[in-house]
Ligand binder design. Structure first.
Ligand SMILES: [Zn+2]
Ligand SMILES: [Zn+2]
Length: 517
């Protein structure tokens, strides 16, 4: 049985429900079937002025270390296929390049090369770029020239070790400057190198990352975190940080899609500000196994971690596998990110962008059902369905042990619900009452646009009473009808288009009065 909410149950200040709209970079990830692919996106060879390591040594070094994806990012030089370098540069042979692409000696686990990579090389503005046939030239570029040209070629770029050029941490003017680039090239400028080498130049990048997100996230632009070796020789390979791609399979196309959408996370064996250095520990680095978003709750599963920190607007607001955003709504702005910290290192997930929505309660419905147990004992279940704006609902359920033919008022969270039962399992009445006030004479409130029903009984002669029912519609129009009734009568009466249930006690009391459906 369903009864509409009694009109006076609508509070003068409506109850608010908060919910979030999520924009997660991992929204399309199928965590059960996708693979995780380890990448170094910042690799130098002898082609760079500050490295003397042949291309083949770097490629073989990463292949031997089990990497799945490598980008050669020499200064002011756009990368070629690994077998297309000169012999002086240490080209990989065509045969060997083919073996690596087929995972020979690694059970078919290929290592994929990202095409057309470059460390666009200004004096104080290194930009790493991918999938873009553009080379700014040595010491010839500035941030905007590099970013704009990569953008125009549908490539991706991110800022390499920005901490080398900023005070620690970056000033607000520097942060604004970076944020403007992300907003100017939203499809191309993808993030920051939040970890590199020994974290000396990058330790403040996580602060820069958060402070940039505080500007861009409210405008819908995510900024991703990338972790790299920035290796200039084989001795630096797999010695510090990497980026883990989460993809259906390891292909160039999937890598491009993942770079654009942020389907990856950054890992490192150390982080100065976390007091963490596991580079010689041999312990595994934290892995993210799944991210689930259900209603307003995010749940993360992983391995090799001791704790999960949740970070909003640059502050750690919670720890644990799960966070209920509504619980932290006063501390959460437009994004939330998390990091897994363990003895073997740290992994930083990309941010989930958030839009908080507050909606008002518009309707409350109480329903009751009874289950017969043994003898005189029954179990009453009361379900309150709150309906808010945007069709958001909140359901509250409570159970009570009752006897046969029980009538009474039950507390279900903040609601008092009157339920009248018949026999074992029938419901005669079920409605919300306010502070146990059984006599119902609510005041009209036109602002709430609700239908108001009033009933009163007046003793006339002997067993005969006069029942007056008034229905006030949304526009404030009254419809009134009178009926002659006996003592202790309950019944349904037609008032215009409304059916009104009224339960009376004695000669002049009303126990219940509401519109039925
Ligand atoms: Zn650099
Ligand atoms: Zn570099």
């Amino acid at each position: 049985m369903i009864a509409t909410a009694l009109p006076f149950a609508a509070a003068s200040t409506p109850k608010i429900l908060t919910y979030y709209n999520f924009n997660s970079p991992y929204a399309n990830v199928d965590w059960d079937t996708y693979g995780q692919y380890k990448a170094n996106l910042h690799t130098h060879t002898t082609v760079s002025i500050d490295s003397s390591e042949p291309v083949r040594n770097m490629v073989e070094g990463y292949y031997g270390a089990g990497y799945d994806i490598v980008a050669i990012t020499d200064h002011a030089n756009t990368s070629k296929d690994w077998d297309k370098y000169t012999s002086a540069q240490g080209a990989v042979t065509a045969e060997r390049a083919n073996q690596i692409a087929n995972g020979e000696g690694r059970d078919g686990k290929a290592m994929i090369q990202i095409p057309l990579c470059n460390e666009q090389n200004g004096l104080s503005n290194h930009v790493l770029s991918y999938f873009a046939d553009y080379n700014a030239g040595l010491l010839a570029s500035n941030y905007n020239t590099a970013l704009q040209n990569v953008n125009n070629r549908d490539g991706f770029s991110f800022f390499a070790h920005p901490g080398r050029y900023t005070s620690a941490p970056a000033t607000q003017a520097q942060i604004n400057n970076y944020a403007n680039f992300f907003l100017q090239y939203p499809n191309s400028a993808m993030g920051y190198e939040i970890f590199g080498v020994n974290d000396g130049e990058t330790r403040n990048e996580r602060i820069l990352w958060d402070r940039t997100l505080m500007i861009t996230a409210p405008q819908g632009k995510n900024v991703f975190g990338i972790s790299n070796d920035d290796a200039h020789s084989t001795s630096a390979i797999a010695r510090s940080g990497w980026t883990m791609f989460v993809m259906p399979e390891n292909t160039v196309e999937n890598i491009k899609t993942a770079m654009g959408s942020g389907m990856f996370y950054a890992s490192a064996m150390m982080a100065i500000d976390e007091g963490l250095d596991a580079r010689n520990s041999g312990l595994p680095t934290p892995i993210i196994n799944s991210i689930k978003i259900d209603d307003n709750i995010i749940t993360v599963e992983g391995e090799y971690y001791d704790r999960i920190d949740w970070i909003a607007d640059g502050k750690k607001i919670a720890t644990g596998n799960t966070i209920d955003l509504v619980e932290y709504k006063d501390e959460i702005g437009s994004y939330l990110r998390f990091q897994l910290v363990g003895e073997g290192g740290i992994s930083w997930a990309n941010s989930i962008l958030l839009e908080r929505v507050d909606v008002k309660l518009v309707n409350t419905v109480a329903e009751a059902s009874v289950k017969k147990l043994t003898g005189n004992q029954n179990e009453l279940t009361i379900t309150i369905t709150e309906t808010y704006e945007h069709d958001k609902t909140n359901i509250i359920t409570a159970t009570f042990m009752i006897n046969n033919n029980a009538a009474g008022t039950y507390q279900v969270e903040e609601y008092k619900v009157y339920v009248d039962t018949k026999g074992n399992t029938q419901i005669r009445a079920c409605y919300i009452v306010e502070d146990c006030k059984i006599k119902i004479e609510p005041e009209a409130d036109e602002n709430n646009s609700i239908i108001i029903v009033k009933a009163s009984v007046e003793k006339t002669l002997g067993n005969t009473n006069k029942l007056t029912i008034t229905v006030t519609d949304e526009l404030g129009n009254d419809t009134e009808e009178t009926f002659t009734i006996d003592n202790n009568i309950a019944g349904t009466y037609q008032i215009g288009e409304y059916k009104v249930y009224v339960d009376t006690k004695g000669n002049d009391q009303t126990l219940a009065c509401y519109i039925t459906q």
